[in-house]
Structure formats: C-alpha cells, structure tokens
Design a protein around this ligand. Structure first.
Ligand SMILES: Cc1cc2nc3c(=O)[nH]c(=O)nc-3n(C[C@H](O)[C@H](O)[C@H](O)COP(=O)(O)OP(=O)(O)OC[C@H]3O[C@@H](n4cnc5c(N)ncnc54)[C@H](O)[C@@H]3O)c2cc1C
Length: 601
C-alpha cells in the first residue's frame, strides 16, 4: 500500500522531540504509558489504512451531494468509518473519565487524527467536528445537556457541527443576525440562515447537533450580544422520542476539494418551531465558541500538515520510480536515463516539501503538548502553557495551510504532467488543502489576531514567553558544535522580529492602528518561518542527541541524519524568506491604502 505518512517521523516527534512520556508523570495522564500510547496510534493507522485510505479517490469522484429534499447523500463507506472511529474512541477518547472518555492526551488523540487526515482528508472532519462539539458541550453545557447529547455523539450516531457563518457574516461574526426569542418553557425559538456548515444533515448519522450562534432578542450589538445554542435536527422529548426541530437543509455547496465532506446551507425556524437550548449564560456565546474554534484552528493546521505529508510521500515515491533525463555531467544517450530523484532541482522540491510538512507537524505536536499541559498543571505553570498556546494557535493554522498549499503544488511539479492528471493523488491533495487557509478564520484574520492581539497581549508577556521557549532550544542546540551556527542564525531571526515589531510599534503608539496592522499577513509569514525554524532546530537537537548516544532503538542513524540535513536545508532555503518580509515591513510608502478603485485598473 502507498504510504500516506511516516510512522518513523511520528515516533520521533512523540518520543524524542516532544517527550510525551513527561505527560504521564502528571496525575491527569498517569493511567497511560509510552507503550500504550504507541499501541493506540498503531490502531489508528490500521483504521486509516483499512477503512479510509482505500476510499480517498472514490469519495472525491462521488462527492457528498444534496438530495433535493433536505438531506445530503454521502459515500456508503462514511457510515462504517464514523461507527468504527466511534467504537475505537476516536470521537470521545480525549474526554474526561467523568464524561465516559479515556482522558487521552491530545498528543495521542491528535496523532491518531493525523493518520486519518493524511489517509482521507475529506472525511476526517466528520469525526473531528463531533469530537469538538462534544468537547464544547462538556465544557459549558448543563449536566442535562451533557447527558442528552454527548453519549450519542460519542457513539457516532449523532453528528456535531458548528454553525456560525451566515451569508453576510463570515469573517465578521459580529454581524450575525440569526435570532433567538425566549419562551417561558426554557427554550428559545430560533430563526436564521447558516451557510457553509460542514458535516450538516448527511445520511450517515441519525441526528445532527448544531452548535449555533444567534442573538437573543434585545441583545447588545456586536460580539457581546451573541449567544450559543444547541439546536438538534431532531429534538429529544422526555419520553425518549425524537421530533423534527424545524432545521432544514436547504442545499449544499459543491467544492474544489474535500468533496466527500458535506458543506450545507441550513435554514432554522421556517415553520416557527425551531427550539434552541442555551449553552451557559446569554451573550457569552462567542467566548464559548472560541473554545471549540481554538481547538479547531490547531486541528486545521495539523490537517494541512497531514495532507502536505501525504502529498510528500506520493511525490517521493514517484521520484524514486520515474526515470527521466541524465545528470548534467552524464549526457551519453546510450546510457539509461537516471531516476528524477537524482536531479538536484527535484531534490530541492522534495526537501522543501519535507521541511514544510514535517516542520508543521512538529509545531502541531508542540501545540498539542501545550494543550495537554494546560490540563495537567495548575496555577502559574498552567497559565504559561495557556498563553504560549494562544500565540502559537494562529501561527500553526496559517503556516501549515499557506506553506502546505505551496508544498502540495511542488508535489504536482515533481510529477510533471502526470501530477496534473487525476491518475495521481497529488492534485487532490492540492485541492483538499486550499480550504485550510480559509475556514476557521482566513489567513488575513489569523494575522490580525497575531499582530493585533497576541503580540500585545499582557503587555507583550505572551510574545516574551514564545521568545523564551525559542531561546531555550537555541541554548540547548548550541551545545552540539554542528548545530551552533544554526543557533546563532535563529537568535538573529529573533532580533529581526524584535526590530520589525519596534518599527511597526511606532504606528500603534501614534494611534495609527490601520497602518500598524496593514501588513499583518507579511508579519505572520515572517513569524511562521521563524517558528518553524525553531521546530527544526528542536528536531535537529533531538536527532543529534540520538546520534551522540548511538541510540538507534527506535530509528536508524540515517533517519536522524536526515533530520539534521532537513534542518540545514530549511535554514538555508526557507528561513531566508524572512529577509524579504523584513524589507517589505520596513517599507515606508503606504501602497495598500488605495481609496480610488481605478488604481486597480
Ligand atoms: C468548505 C467550507 C466549510 C466551512 N465550514 C464551516 C462550518 O462548519 N461552520 C461555519 O460556521 N463556517 C464554515 N465555513 C465558513 C468559513 O469559516 C468562512 O468561509 C470564512 O470564515 C470566511 O468567511 P467568508 O467566506 O464570508 O469570507 P469573507 O469574510 O467575506 O472574506 C473575504 C476576504 O476578505 C478578507 N477579510 C475579511 N475581513 C477582513 C478584515 N477585517 N481585515 C482584512 N481582511 C479581511 C478575508 O481574509 C478574505 O480574504 C466553511 C467554509 C467553507 C468554504
């Protein structure tokens, strides 16, 4: 079977780079050990290989499709996938014991999901959404809500969704207009239109639990007036029966990628009988929803890295099998052609892909580790992990999706004309990946979040924490002579980031906020390279340690050498892009403040 990821790399990240075993020393995760962790991940690999990967192409060719009468037709295998994933705890596994979960660390749970994302990206979202929706209900819902909805979602019979977007309110959720009118019976009557709702009303599940944002009548304008509701398609009655809750699927969206994943238009309350059940307190809906969205943003970042990884594996295999041309110093036509992997330019493209995919996966793992530590620790320590996660979330989402797209485009390039055909999977990877920079907050919105909120959060303390974490790796790596020069390069990158921020900060101080934020996406690009440089130095440090200790019990010497080589490649070919970003960010002419649209003619 074709490879869609590297188990060797996953093992390296989990055990050698991010030290999952340290989690098991905390009471919260003390029920697990390293061996069990790996067994659980191996079980996810089996599920991905047997039930998901074989349907990757088929689900693209026979997309989820509206049936014309309120439902979405999906591939028959979807039901099997959701049920088996549920049985093996890939929906509820990370939930607390008290919620009938296995209290798995995100480092294990998300690594399992990485295997699904890499095997068949268009369907992993169904499972991931349900897991996230249940997590939101267990965090903020009442005991009754938890008991009513969560077990059914964990069993894979009910699908969870997140229903935020409206036709006029995409990036700007403050413009949501769906309404919720209180009744004296404890529920609200909801009316409104939601579009682009993933995982909506398909035939593989019996019921749909839409976590929906709406405004209670008379609520304040803007984000402070948004509340969160559980709106089931079929509402459970006291006697256990289910009654249609006036949530109609009015259509679907056909898409360029993730075609097996339903994307629906939902209409609430057409017959004035849509009941919404408030979660938590009124007007705090967006705060609650951010709980799910933050997790989803990290997960989208990881998903992008996973698809980039699958594309890399496919182009690597092709490059090792395709003979074409001869090397520059070997032009004799009577000799057989060389494999394309021997051409330096193809190696450049492969290493670019590898450095992006494996670097982004490492950052995803870093985020999962921080998330776990926020659950395993208390007090100041917990706060520190939480804040670090806050600043890394927009970065992992954006770097992985933007650079992941670039790396999948390189996969097509490596296959030449064949890459453009549907005979090979890389064009599907490319199409599947594009959505990652759009949903869960576009790149533009993530960049505003980074520069406008996270960098200035707690008077710059959050940024300092990130710098300290990077410094820690710089110091450790410098103890290996072969890595010392790379430590110096990364140190210089931190200085570069500092000077750019000082320059931009002048505008913020003068109250020119639009100017401060105008090039937030360029700043994000620069920080993305630096943060992935950090992850590569971390990986090179772990690999150097293994080589120095001659410990080849889990991976071979050449494997560790490959990590150091890829780090070097990243530092010489990718990291220098920060120079271009810096130059743009120091540019003093305001070229993106055009008032006259004719300037675009
Ligand atoms: C396949 C798919 C699945 C989806 N799944 C879900 C789902 O399950 N649930 C859900 O609620 N939504 C979902 N969405 C919606 C998705 O989150 C939105 O499409 C996304 O947030 C962008 O909103 P928009 O499409 O309205 O674009 P717009 O908000 O109109 O943005 C258009 C462009 O303008 C830029 N822009 C907008 N505002 C600003 C600003 N203030 N500053 C700078 N630039 C700005 C954006 O970055 C973007 O480039 C999905 C969308 C798709 C396509």
């Amino acid at each position: 079977m074709a490879r869609f990821t590297s188990m060797e790399h996953l093992r390296f990240l989990l055990f050698d780079v991010h030290h999952i075993e340290e989690l098991f020393t905390h009471a919260h995760f003390a029920h697990l050990d390293a061996e069990q962790a790996w067994m659980i991940i191996e079980s996810a690999k089996q599920l991905a290989e047997q039930e998901m990967f074989p349907y990757f192409k088929e689900m693209d060719e026979a997309p989820a499709k509206y049936d014309g009468k309120g439902g979405v037709i999906t591939h028959p295998q979807l039901k099997t996938i959701i049920r088996k994933a549920a049985e093996q705890h890939w929906i509820g596994g990370s939930a607390l014991f008290e919620h009938r979960g296995l209290q798995l660390p995100e480092m294990i749970f998300s690594t399992g999901h990485h295997l699904f994302q890499a095997a068949n990206n268009g369907i992993e979202g169904y499972i991931g959404l349900s897991s996230g929706a249940a997590g939101l209900i267990t965090s903020f819902g009442s005991a009754e809500q938890i008991a009513t909805y969560v077990p059914n979602i964990f069993e894979g019979r009910w699908q969870g969704t997140m229903a935020l977007t409206e036709p006029q309110a995409g990036s700007s959720l403050s413009d949501i207009t769906s309404t919720a009118t209180p009744t004296d019976k404890g529920y609200y009557k909801v009316k409104g239109q939601k579009i682009f709702i993933s995982g909506g009303q398909h035939e593989a599940c019996e019921n749909f639990i839409h976590l929906t944002l709406a405004r209670i009548d008379g609520a304040p304008a803007g984000v402070k007036g948004i509340s969160l509701f559980i709106i089931p398609k079929f509402r459970p009655e006291a006697d256990g029966s289910l009654i249609y809750n006036d949530v109609y699927c009015a259509g679907d969206f056909q898409k360029m990628g993730q075609r097996g994943y339903s994307t629906t238009h939902l209409s609430f309350g057409d017959n004035d009988d849509c009941r919404g059940f408030l979660v938590g307190e009124p007007h705090k809906g967006l705060t609650y929803m951010f709980h799910m969205m933050n997790g989803a943003r990290i997960s989208v970042g990881q998903s992008a890295a996973s698809v980039a990884m699958a594309a890399y594996q496919a182009s690597l295999q092709y490059a090792m099998e395709r003979p074409q041309g001869r090397l520059a110093n070997e032009k004799d036509p009577s000799k057989p052609p060389t494999l394309i992997i021997n051409h330096a330019d193809v190696q450049r493209m492969l290493l670019t892909q590898k450095s992006i995919a494996e670097g982004a996966l490492s950052l995803g793992m870093e985020c999962n580790r921080l998330y776990d530590l926020t659950h395993a620790t208390t007090g100041e320590e917990k706060e520190k992990y939480f804040l670090l996660l806050e600043i890394l979330t927009p970065i992992v989402k954006t770097y992985s999706s933007e650079q992941g797209s670039r790396s999948a485009a390189l996969a097509i390039q490596i296959l030449g004309g064949y890459g453009f055909t549907t005979d090979f999977p890389v064009q599907q990877h490319y199409r599947d990946l594009k959505i990652m920079s759009l949903y869960e907050g576009t790149t533009g919105i993530q960049s505003l979040d980074l520069l406008g909120r996270k960098v200035t959060m707690q008077q710059g303390r959050v940024l300092e924490l990130l710098q300290e974490a990077i410094q820690d790796t710089i110091i450790k790596a410098a103890t290996y002579p072969a890595l010392a020069s790379y430590s110096i390069i990364l140190e210089a990158e931190l200085t570069r980031m500092g000077s750019v921020l000082q320059h931009l900060g002048q505008f913020a101080v003068k109250g020119e906020i639009d100017r401060y934020l105008a090039d937030a996406s360029v700043f994000m690009e620069m920080v993305g390279y630096i943060v992935i440089g950090w992850q590569w130095l971390k990986q090179a440090f772990a690999a150097s340690k293994k080589l120095a200790e001659k410990d080849f019990s889990s991976n071979s010497a050449i494997f560790y050498q490959s990590k150091i080589h890829t780090m070097e490649f990243f530092f010489h070919y990718e990291l220098p892009h920060t120079l271009a970003c810096e130059k743009t960010l120091f540019n003093t002419s305001q070229l993106t403040h055009i008032k006259d649209y004719d300037m675009f003619a």
